[in-house]
Design a protein around this ligand. Sequence first.
Ligand SMILES: [Zn+2]
Length: 474
Amino acid sequence: MPYLPTIGLETHVQLNTQTKIWCGCKVDSSSEPNTNICPVCMGYPGSLPVLNAEAVRKTVQTGLLLGCKIGLRSKHDRKSYFYPDMPKNYQITQFDEPLCLGGSLEIEVNGKKKVVQINRIHLEEDVGKSTHLRGASGVDYNRAGTPLMEIVTEPDLHSEDEAFAYLTALKRILEYGGVSHCNLERGNIRCDVNVSVAEEGSEVLGTKAEIKNMNTFRGVHRAAAYEIKRQIRALETGTPLIQETRRWEDDQGVTTSMRSKEDAHDYRYFPDPDLAVIRLTEAQVEAWRADLPELPEAKRKRFMSELGLPEYDAGVLVADVEVAHYFETVVAATEGNAKAASNWVMTEVMRVLSESGESASRFKISAAALGKLILMVEKKTINNSKAKEVFSVMLEEGGEPETIVKEKGWVQVSDSSALEGFVTQVIAENPSVVDDYRGGKGAALQFLMGQVMKLSRGKANPKMVLELLKEMLA
Ligand SMILES: [Zn+2]
């Protein structure tokens, strides 16, 4: 009997605000444990939370990027939660009045496009991080109170590939939106995966299992694939499935049962009496909408229409938001010479980035300096091969292209009398090659050209050399 798997994702995204959601403590995952804490994020009795407005803005802007309806009235609720990583014994989240409702995200799987419906986005607090050592456990509360968005899809995905494609597309939107650092290794994006399997054509979904706290997309893909197979096997053999929470064991490649799943009433949600209802105005939401960054698809189209880039270049450049930003700054510094900027970024810059694994925002050569270098080629101050050498020097030692060119004496020789001298000398020294050329051997010209470049120590203007050679050999 054919079965249809259904997957829903709850994705937790840490916002990249400077400070935590209820207090002024720094959000910084690289600090020593328990150094960015205060009575509020430690949940001391009597401490009072104050909502971070930046966290609201970033959540609403994410909602706008995903086409959500923004709740002009929303509120925070307490969710009962007993675990050492949350000393208040409740987590402040949003229950029935989240900031964003509805929305969707387009994904592409095996060349087929599909729109995934989003149910809601709410804003809550992250909890502390527990570490289990041999014989003891430790809790780091630095993470507690980090603003966390939970983006919940409808049960709208039907394969592990679709889940993977959704997460990849979502991450790109979050990166472009500038709302999260999106560093998976640091746990900026964590995912709960709800999987169920029903007979094809069934009106109701099967019994779902929730796989908790996945922090790689690859892991989600593997865990969902495993869980789908496990549930189909159970249905085929008549083994009853129970609603439960499961854990992914990455080394063994299996999910194991953690506990039977709570229902909403187990959490005893109620409005947090310490926090005011959030009221947004239409004008505020519209101002945030006007301030939204450009998304990859719009940027790609603009690179083609405004900058005249080929479709291929535009696609390569927008694939990574930091590369796209870098490229735009280069273009601005080259007096709008977009194609030359695109060639340099796509070849030299991206080659170095892929070798070093660095991000474009930390690239050693500033976009402005690369722009200047490109301009020097465009203005024929240096030729292209010398420009590549300048690029290497900038990469190794830093510095401005003009200074490097001056110091190394690499200014291109475009003075025709100087070039004529080189060409005359090369023709005189290579009579047999000259005869070959006159006898119809085209390759001989390349040899002569090479000799002139060598004589000029790479500084001759190659276009002028070629013209002069042809002229003087004619
Ligand atoms: Zn604090």
